[in-house]
Design a protein around this ligand. Structure first.
Ligand SMILES: NC(=O)c1ccc[n+]([C@@H]2O[C@H](COP(=O)([O-])OP(=O)(O)OC[C@H]3O[C@@H](n4cnc5c(N)ncnc54)[C@H](OP(=O)(O)O)[C@@H]3O)[C@@H](O)[C@H]2O)c1
Length: 326
């Protein structure tokens, strides 16, 4: 850690609830750990209980190590408030069950960080009939947001939704007719469809930001940099392995901690209260691609998305995400 983190260590209490998807590794791990080390309760919404329990144990070890280094403004608690909840973003049923269990718990929700994501994978279709990257990276988080927005609206001032997007949104073609890929698997471009999923998240932050503007909830998207995480786990052969080695050796691939700094800042820093509908890189507001900022395209995407997930949402959830109930 050297001289310590560059984001402010904000004193948080255990009644501050932060929910992070895909928090058992990479960027999500760092965001969860640092938020908990400031004192918040963090819910790790992940698909593997064993991996998540291991991550929780490791986070507590890291916490003790930071205490030993006398890192300033760490929580005075002896252990971190970290909890596992099962969530598989491949399945709308799992998303619905997760949200129902969360609502039943009666807890508040102050930050919902939609971080989980898959990278350049070959074509796969989910049991719900969606192309995998579309559902895991974008649609399931969209449904989750719609279902938990009501809880956030009842959780007091300054509640935040954050979407882990990417500069790779620039590679994604905006073509709603082919949003759910149905061509031959051999013609599938994972680079393009990964880029599309990240483009949709940036467009969602803008379109939903307009709808919930003036309420106690904000939504923003963030690019973390090129970060050396499990994300590149399938890059184990050929040209991709070479690219990854080059990125690592040239220092272009940053550590998960470095990559998570802007996300941690957006999660906890009171300075960002009320900031809404924007795209962030390196803790600065950045202009995304021309497609991403095209309002007409954002609205077309919104309508198409609602069409794809309508059957999983109640009337009330639909009204809330459309900004009709604030
Ligand atoms: N690394 C980069 O250079 C980079 C750059 C730009 C954006 N991003 C974005 O950053 C986010 C986090 O990625 P990372 O780099 O930290 O990679 P990572 O270490 O692979 O983390 C991805 C997380 O997503 C989870 N996940 C995958 N599929 C899931 C599913 N069906 N249901 C629930 N969770 C699922 C993974 O769980 P398992 O451990 O169970 O697989 C893991 O916890 C992603 O959205 C990615 O697109 C990364």
């Amino acid at each position: 850690m050297g001289s310590g983190p560059s984001f402010p260590m904000v004193p948080l209490t255990r009644d501050k609830i932060i929910l992070i998807t895909g928090a058992n590794s990479g960027l999500g791990y760092e965001i969860a750990k640092w938020s908990a080390m400031m004192g918040a309760t963090v819910i790790l919404a992940c698909r593997s209980e064993s991996k998540t329990r291991e991550a929780i144990a490791k986070m507590n070890q890291d916490f003790q190590a930071e205490k030993a280094k006398e890192t300033s403004r760490l929580s005075e608690n002896t252990t971190l408030a970290l909890e596992f909840m099962h969530l598989d973003l491949e399945s709308f049923e799992s998303v619905t069950n997760f949200c129902e269990a969360y609502k039943k718990s009666g807890r508040k929700l102050h930050v919902l960080f939609c971080n989980a994501g898959l990278g350049w994978i070959p074509y796969q279709k989910t049991a719900d009939g969606m192309e995998m990257l579309l559902q895991v990276n974008y649609l399931s988080h969209f449904v989750m947001i719609a279902k938990l927005l009501g809880v956030m609206q009842q959780s007091g001032p300054d509640c935040r939704i954050l979407l882990m997007a990417s500069v790779a949104h620039e590679w994604g073609t905006f073509d709603l007719k082919t949003i759910n890929y149905s061509g031959p698997p051999s013609d599938f471009s994972s680079r393009n469809y990964y880029g599309r999923s990240k483009l949709y998240q940036i467009m969602q932050a803008a379109a939903m930001g307009r709808r919930i503007c003036g309420s106690n909830v904000t939504i923003n998207s963030v690019h973390p940099g090129i970060v050396d995480t499990q994300f590149y786990r399938d890059w184990d052969t050929g040209i991709r392995k070479c690219i990854l080695c080059l990125m690592q050796c040239s220092g272009k691939a940053i550590s998960p901690f470095q990559g998570a700094k802007c996300s941690i800042d957006l999660t906890v820093n009171p300075r960002h209260a009320g900031v809404n509908g924007l795209y962030w890189v390196d803790c600065k507001i950045v202009t995304p691609s021309s497609d991403a900022r095209n309002k007409q395209k954002q609205e077309e995407l919104w309508e198409t998305t609602i069409g794809l997930v309508r059957q999983y949402l109640t009337e009330g959830e639909l009204k809330r995400i459309n900004g009709e109930i604030k």
